[in-house]
Design a protein around this ligand. Structure first.
Ligand code: CA
Length: 478
């Protein structure tokens, strides 16, 4: 019988694909992540189903959408006894571990389940000399968090039982706000003028009210984020540009440490002779606005936030230097890893295995649209609740603008609005064409597809989305 693969799953927090060399970054270099991409597959259209930490983590672990796993918002509790891919692998004989960020709650019912060993940061954790929680209690480890998480992972792999396969989740805290680099990278980019994104000075015209109301502009950065007081007299675009430089440099310094530590992991696998039979995954829990649309943070269904980096190396099955353009979701990860391990996924899982895509053999019936829902209404950064679908070319978003009593959501309700973007003619999403008669057919097809997807996965349209009940009875869009 074929030896089952080992699995090294590395996930950063808030690492946008456009801050990775292999994804064409215009602001930084990531030689070790690029090395992974060169030896495996880069997914160019991997998306999250809800662009926020805990909900995306729950979707990844359970292979389900948030209305199923219960983690609709940051404040919604995660029942850690529900089926996950690590617990399923453990039951199938895998040695399993998680080190680093968990962010799905602590204590009975919420602590990690399905892991032989877990050492996780309390909530967001600290960058320097962080505390870790484990089954044995709480302890503080000295050093920089990205190095420590890597050290713990390498130590655990080294001490494993080599007769059985392993799956380790390496969950970095970085590069999450407030972007605190280590001493080694503190001076990186000093004196540099980082290239500004095209949409840094966005005026939010031609879009929903939600975009203009969000509180995640450069001027919403806190003093601890930029760590320096802006020169007096700076206002408007000049101030935004100054704040962008401060923010992006620390963000990229944190990324540089992740990249170095990715190199350590890859070197270790090579030295131990494990590279050939190990599935190595690099991803992030969601994307991030790197000054795009004048913002930091995520949450919106716009491209920079919606897109997740996804690199997968597995020499036994994945062609080197390959690129997959198909639409994949964080909800697909669990079944993909189980499939690669030849372990059946629990029937409750809602994603689809990407194994065919990884082999360079995309199934003919692969999905043509992905579904998204941001439940947390008017909570952090004042982003309003919305859902939508994205196809290869178009994106339809419905801002239903209602908290629906979700944990952490505001009671305020705002008038609903729609947006439609043609990503081919408007890749930066600066002009909604929802009311443009030339797009009426596209709009109607996407509206049907949105409601078809909701029906298929068992999510409910908002009551103000009046077309929805009729739409689910229609045939699906082609
Ligand atoms: Ca995150």
């Amino acid at each position: 019988m074929r030896r089952r693969p080992d699995i090294l799953f590395v996930m950063a927090d808030d690492h946008a694909a456009h801050a990775i060399g292999a994804y064409g970054s215009r602001v930084n270099q990531t030689p070790h992540l690029d090395r992974l991409a060169a030896a495996g597959m880069r997914f160019d259209n991997c998306f999250c189903s809800n662009s926020i930490c805990a909900p995306s983590r729950a979707a990844i672990l359970t292979g389900t959408y948030n209305h199923v796993n219960g983690v609709t918002t940051l404040s919604a509790p995660f029942d850690s006894a529900q089926p996950t891919f690590p617990a399923t692998l453990q039951a199938a004989g895998y040695q399993t571990a998680i080190f680093g960020k968990w962010h799905l709650g602590h204590g009975p019912g919420h602590d990690p389940v399905g892991f032989d060993e877990w050492r996780v940061l309390p909530e967001q954790g600290d960058y320097h000399d962080p505390e870790f929680l484990s089954a044995a209690g709480r302890e503080r480890l000295l050093g920089y968090v990205t190095d420590i998480i890597t050290d713990l992972s390498l130590d655990w792999i080294s001490s494993r039982d080599p007769s059985r396969p392993f799956c380790v989740l390496v969950h970095h805290k970085a590069p999450h706000r407030s972007w605190e680099p280590d001493a080694r990278h503190q001076g990186l980019y000093a004196g540099w003028e980082m290239r500004e994104p095209v949409t840094l000075h966005d005026d939010y015209a031609n879009r929903s009210t939600a975009a203009s109301q969000a509180q995640m502009r450069m001027t919403d950065l806190e003093p601890e984020d930029v760590k320096e007081v802006p020169p007096g007299g700076l206002v408007g675009e000049e101030l935004d540009s100054w704040l962008y430089q401060r923010f992006i440099k620390d963000y990229l310094r944190c990324v540089a440490s992740i990249d170095d530590n990715m190199g350590r992991l890859l070197d270790f696998l090579d030295a131990e002779g494990l590279s050939e039979n190990t599935v190595v995954v690099y991803t992030s829990d969601q994307g991030f606005f790197l000054g795009d649309h004048g913002w930091f943070d995520k949450r919106f269904m716009y491209e920079e936030s919606l897109r997740m980096p996804l690199l997968v190396r597995y020499p036994r099955e994945v062609p080197p230097a390959s690129v997959c353009p198909e639409l994949v979701l964080n909800v697909d990860f669990a079944q993909t890893l189980l499939d690669l391990a030849d372990v059946d996924g629990p029937p409750r899982m809602q994603g689809r295995s990407m194994r065919g895509l990884l082999r360079g053999e995309p199934p003919k019936d692969w999905r043509r649209a992905v579904y998204y829902r941001y439940w947390e209404h008017d909570g952090g950064h004042g982003v309003w609740a919305h859902y939508g679908v994205r196809t290869e070319r178009y994106k339809l978003i419905y801002y239903y603008n209602d908290g629906l009593g979700q944990p952490g959501a505001s009671d305020a309700v705002f008038p609903p609005e729609w947006e439609l973007f043609d990503l081919e003619s408007d890749p930066y999403e600066l002009r909604s064409v929802y009311d443009d008669p030339a797009y009426a057919t596209v709009r109607d097809e996407l509206t049907r597809e949105l409601h078809r997807q909701q029906h298929e996965i068992g999510d409910r349209p908002h009551p103000t989305d009046s077309d929805s009940s009729a739409a689910v009875r229609r045939p699906p869009a082609q």
